[in-house]
Write a protein that binds this ligand. Structure first.
Ligand SMILES: [Zn+2]
Length: 758
């Protein structure tokens, strides 16, 4: 029978379509399934573990087949592995996501790109759908299989891989809590950022001294009865940054570098990633605990934020501090102290007040997130229609209107949270909620804060480190647009404009006072010694050693609280090591000789071999002997035979073995490009080496070639120590992953510790 050419082609096309729709290559493909977040390597261990009832999101990214129709539906199924019973089934479509109050989300290229910065490359291609189910939880311990099947407009399904871990299927585990005995009520986490074993040893030698091979006394953290070791890797690297470093401790799940409280995803928005519930959120929701966050960093920084804020970009300060406040009902947040005032001040036209607030197109509000988590992000009372961080928002005023007591400096902190000799005094005078913002961005470090105090005290018996009373360039006179700092004592803290900053132990005391005043149901307090890390990056040995001392003095306050309140657990640990710090020995020469050498050195031309003679190794190092002043810090950091530090993860630097009068520039400070801060050394090479014009502004050091790119030392992948004190401490012995720490803290609070164990 004769057919026209047209009919033949139509028949052929029909047959081809029939073949295509049946073939695997024409089906939609699930390219990412969360949790755990694909792509995974075959045979990888289960990455996602949760507490019974802990909330998390399900999400699938689906690519339509090149010759298929658009993706219409994703069916998520959670099946109990032991029984094969499905325990959750959720069909996600655009229509389901559009229903009022729905906790499912459906986003395609169009909606994902709408929220994107035009200049940025869209991460979601036109033929991609992202389906989410928010706020899922599983009550019963055990292993579960997660599968997702995507269907396109022609009815073609994606092909789940029944083998398990690959495309479209995953395994997760709900970890049982055992009823062991007395339970922990309060958890205090002391997080020494970047603090490896070497940092702890250096601080002990400096502060306590050694003789005849023995430490003369212990750091507070050394006195904790249980110590374990922690493996610190993140989801995507052996070397973590601080965002996953903290997040992994308080979610029980691996986050990707630069991300906190979330799994990675494929959308552009930084605040819409699949979430996992934080320890503070879980305990606040189930038991009504409070949360306190204390840091020497800017409060938007990764470590503080990774206790309460969910974001895939740790750098988005405005959205991060807004979420602290707007979602405080999820965390029970009651105390925030540190630096970072620049995010809380409104940006108001040309007024120069230090504000760094800015709008961010990667911040978006989504109904599924709101419904699944009861978030109020962006939900300013003052501007209820606000949908993205508003540069003009006055968070400082808003928080005070909401009942927060605000302390801008140490004097105000003492006045507004007066010491309370007993509980009834505390009930009368301790505020409900406390906000302390003691600097525009990161607070000054102990070295410079103590120098400021010593210079003001003017006691000739306790001089400033490195002659620091004349280190400053003349005193900043502008704080929040007001002239408030007399330029009579030109130290570093005056240059920064914040001469009256509290030390970390003072902040810790006040945080504990506020949390204890309201302590019906327990609290979680995170105290961070942030600049152990920041000064290790700068390879400024004397500054980071004093940071560890400042941190340890705060640890002592936490230990004292736990000793008086035995239902408290205190852990001291780090998120990762920073700089590959190594205690290589001690100077064989006097400080006077080191200084003379540094003055005479030709800088870059100095032969390393000659400079190496100053380094006493093995028995030539002996025992460096620092004297400690009544303020708890060394009388001087430059002593004859001082301890010397090397770096295994270093960038290029010049080393003079002497304390630097001024810290390096901190790029986070809003006035860093203006004098006097602009006159500070830009990075470690310039600090003790020649500047572009060949001039030296600091001590002349000899050149040490680094092995990492950039101008700072970097984090390393080595394990870090964790020390524990108080109820539940025994749970932390031995080697553990950083996600294990979460389940051990939860065990202490939810199931307790065996009677008789600590
Ligand atoms: Zn760091």
């Amino acid at each position: 029978m004769f057919r026209s050419g047209f009919e033949s082609r139509a028949l052929l096309l029909g047959a081809l379509l029939a073949v295509c729709s049946a073939a695997v290559f024409a089906a939609p493909t699930i390219t990412r399934l969360t949790p755990p977040s694909n792509p995974l390597r075959d045979g990888a261990e289960v990455l996602s573990r949760f507490l019974p009832g802990q909330r998390f999101d399900l999400q699938a990214t689906v690519h339509a087949a090149a010759d298929g129709s658009e993706v219409r539906e994703v069916l998520f199924t959670l099946t109990e592995q032991a029984t094969g019973k499905p325990v959750l089934q959720e069909r996600v479509t655009a229509a389901a996501a559009g229903v009022q109050g729905a906790r499912v989300g459906w986003r395609t290229s169009a909606s994902a790109i709408d929220a994107a910065t035009p200049a940025k490359q869209p991460l979601v291609a036109p033929d991609v759908a992202v389906a989410s189910v928010r706020g899922v939880s599983l009550a019963k311990p055990g292993r579960y299989l997660l599968s997702a099947i995507a269907t396109d407009g022609s009815g073609t399904h994606s092909q789940p891989d029944v083998q398990g871990m690959a495309n479209g299927a995953g395994v997760l585990e709900v970890v049982a809590v055992q009823a062991l005995g007395p339970r922990t009520r309060n958890v205090i986490i002391f997080l020494g950022d970047g603090m490896g074993a070497a940092h702890r040893t250096a601080a002990r030698i400096l502060a306590k001294g050694y003789a005849q091979g023995k430490a003369q006394a212990a750091l507070a953290m050394d006195t904790f009865p249980v110590t374990g070791m922690v493996m610190t890797s993140s989801l995507n690297s052996i070397v973590t940054d601080s965002a996953p470093g903290m997040s992994n401790y308080v979610t029980g799940n691996k986050a990707q570098n630069n991300q906190e409280g979330v799994f990675p995803d494929d959308t552009l928005d930084a605040f819409d990633n699949p979430r996992v519930e934080y320890l503070a959120e879980y305990l606040h929701r189930t038991r009504g605990t409070s949360l306190g966050i204390v840091t020497t960093a800017d409060v938007f920084d990764a470590t503080p934020a990774a206790n309460a804020v969910h974001s895939s970009d740790r750098g988005l300060g405005t959205g991060i501090v807004d979420q602290f406040f707007d979602d405080r009902a999820l965390t029970g947040l009651r105390v925030v102290m540190g630096g970072g005032r620049k995010w809380f001040l409104p940006r108001d036209g040309d007024v120069v007040n230090g504000s760094a607030r800015r709008s961010d197109p990667r911040f978006a509000d989504h109904d599924d997130l709101r419904n699944g988590w009861t978030t109020r992000i962006g939900g300013s009372k003052v501007m209820p229609t606000l949908r993205s961080p508003d540069p003009k928002r006055n968070l400082l005023a808003e928080m005070q209107q909401a009942g927060w007591t605000y302390a801008p400096d140490r004097t105000a902190l003492q006045a507004k949270v007066p010491d309370a000799p007993d509980r009834s005094a505390s009930q009368a005078t301790t505020p409900d909620a406390l906000l302390g913002l003691f600097a525009f961005s990161n607070m000054n470090v102990a070295f410079d804060k103590i120098n400021g105090r010593r210079c003001r005290a003017g006691d000739p018996a306790i001089p400033a480190f490195a002659g620091g009373c004349v280190a400053g360039a003349g005193g900043r006179v502008q704080v929040d647009g007001q002239t408030s700092v007399p330029a009579t004592v030109p130290t570093v803290v005056e240059d920064y404009g914040f001469p009256d900053q509290p030390m970390l132990d003072e902040m810790t005391d006040k945080a504990l006072q506020v949390l204890d005043r309201h302590n019906r149901n327990g609290f979680v307090l995170m105290v961070e010694g942030a600049s152990i890390d920041k000064q290790s990056h700068q390879m400024d040995s004397d500054r980071w050693m004093l940071e560890v001392l400042e941190f340890d003095r705060a640890v002592a306050r936490g230990k004292a609280y736990a000793a008086a309140h035995p239902d408290t657990l205190v852990i001291v640990t780090a998120d990762h090591e920073c700089s590959g710090a190594a205690l290589i020995g001690a100077a064989t020469t006097s400080v006077a000789t080191l200084r003379a050498n540094a003055t005479a050195m030709p800088g870059a031309a100095q032969p390393a071999a000659q400079a190496q003679k100053a380094v006493g190794v093995y028995e030539a190092a002996g025992f460096p002997h620092y004297r400690i002043a009544p303020d708890g810090f060394p009388v001087d950091t430059d002593i004859d035979g001082k301890m010397l530090i090397g770096y295994g993860a270093n960038a290029d630097r010049y080393e003079a073995w002497l304390s630097n009068q001024r810290p390096n520039q901190d790029g986070q400070q809003p006035f860093v490009k203006q004098a006097p801060l602009s006159t500070y050394p830009v990075h470690p090479t310039v600090r003790n080496g020649p500047d572009d014009a060949g001039n030296f502004t600091g001590y002349r050091g000899y050149f040490i070639a680094g092995q990492v790119p950039g101008d700072q030392a970097v984090h390393t992948a080595v394990d870090v120590p964790l020390s524990a004190f108080g109820r539940g401490a025994s749970l932390f012995a031995g080697y553990q992953d950083n996600t294990d720490v979460f389940f051990r803290m939860a065990q202490a609070v939810l199931g307790g510790t065996r009677a008789g164990a600590r």
